[in-house]
Design a protein around this ligand. Structure first.
Ligand code: 3HC
Length: 293
């Protein structure tokens, strides 16, 4: 019988953290969401408001249901408020020192049975685990963007993650209505390891003026049935996030496929991060609607 989680902490209320908080609350769990400051919390609450309003507009939720869902989420800037959680999902930026500091602090706050899950997309779960006194209770829980829609959650076990922890987290993922896959601890796990070589290749084609952005995207949408073309998808993921994932995978595997295309770095330096900054490969009026420049 899998363990039933009831109160879940979410650390980091960016796009992914807010999406994870929403998915957990949608299933009836109590969520305590933490961000570093009031500004971070306000931004996260903005994501939640936007996404739940969209669900109401689409007829998937009524106003009362939205209020109940949001009522299950409390926000705080104090990690200490997560003391009673039986699971904490971390979704802070992809920097090992940041994740290590969060889990090291939580280790002294939460009870010994609390499971620590990281939404990291490419950092080592094993390495995160050694910054705690409970590496056996540390696991990866990698959601996909948009979290509210995409069903996959990769559950990553390190060499020391307890088998029961994996079983319990897999059961939770199923309870959330999502599809779990279990995998060992290697940069990129399954989906990103396969996806990002393709995305990087598309940037190189665009960079060398081999094809226009529209034709690159149209080819994969209309020729292969992908819901989005590679450049539009990079804008959704965020060019900075994509760069970090590629760079981590490249350093681990030395596979040239993952050596970040130079154009990515140039665009990031120029502040073209994709939807979140209003411009990436395309220009956006609003986060959800691409317009061609
Ligand atoms: N938040 C909440 N709901 C959203 C949403 C969002 N940001 N974006 C779309 N939706 C919902 C809509 O409300 C709609 O729901 P409904 O059909 O039940 O009413 C449904 O998703 C479809 O949306 P749209 O009709 O507006 O648009 P599309 O049919 O074009 O779908 C999409 C949009 C879901 C984003 C689709 O294009 C898609 O799946 N794209 C690929 C995304 C992808 O590959 N993501 C993985 C990125 S890699 C990753 O996340 C890993 C990380 O480590 C980087």
């Amino acid at each position: 019988m899998a363990r039933q989680f009831s109160t879940v902490g979410v650390v980091g209320l960016g796009t992914m953290g807010a999406g994870i908080a929403e998915v957990l609350a949608r299933t009836g769990l109590t969520v305590i969401a933490v961000d570093v400051n009031e500004e971070g919390l306000a931004r996260g609450l903005g994501h939640l408001e936007h996404s739940t309003s969209r669900a109401v507009a689409r007829g998937k939720l009524d106003e009362a249901g939205k209020a109940v869902l949001l009522g299950r989420i409390t926000t705080t800037t104090e990690l200490a408020d997560l003391a009673e959680c039986d699971l904490v999902v971390e979704a802070v930026p992809e920097r090992m020192e940041l994740k290590a500091a969060v889990f090291a602090a939580l280790d002294g706050i939460c009870g010994p049975d609390t499971v620590f899950a990281s939404n990291t997309s490419s950092l080592s779960i094993t390495e995160i685990g050694v910054h705690t006194g409970r590496p056996g209770k540390v696991v990866g829980m990698h959601f996909f963007n948009p979290t509210q829609v995409l069903k996959l959650v990769e559950v990553i076990r390190s060499v020391v993650t307890e088998p029961e922890v994996v079983t319990d987290v897999v059961a939770l993922v199923e309870q959330l209505g999502k599809a779990p896959v279990v995998i060992g601890d290697r940069a990129g796990f399954i989906a990103n390891a396969l996806l990002f070589g393709y995305l990087n290749h598309a940037v190189r084609m665009y960079e060398s003026r081999y094809a226009t952005r529209e034709d690159l995207d149209a080819a994969m949408r209309y020729g292969c049935g992908y819901p989005m073309g590679p450049l539009a998808l990079l804008d959704l993921i965020g060019l900075d996030t994509a760069y970090e994932i590629l760079d981590t995978m490249y350093h681990q595997s030395r596979n040239r496929l993952h050596a970040p295309a130079p154009l990515l770095k140039q665009m990031i330096t120029a502040g073209l991060l994709g939807r979140k900054s209003g411009r990436g490969f395309y220009t956006y009026d609003a986060p959800d609607s691409p317009t061609v420049v």
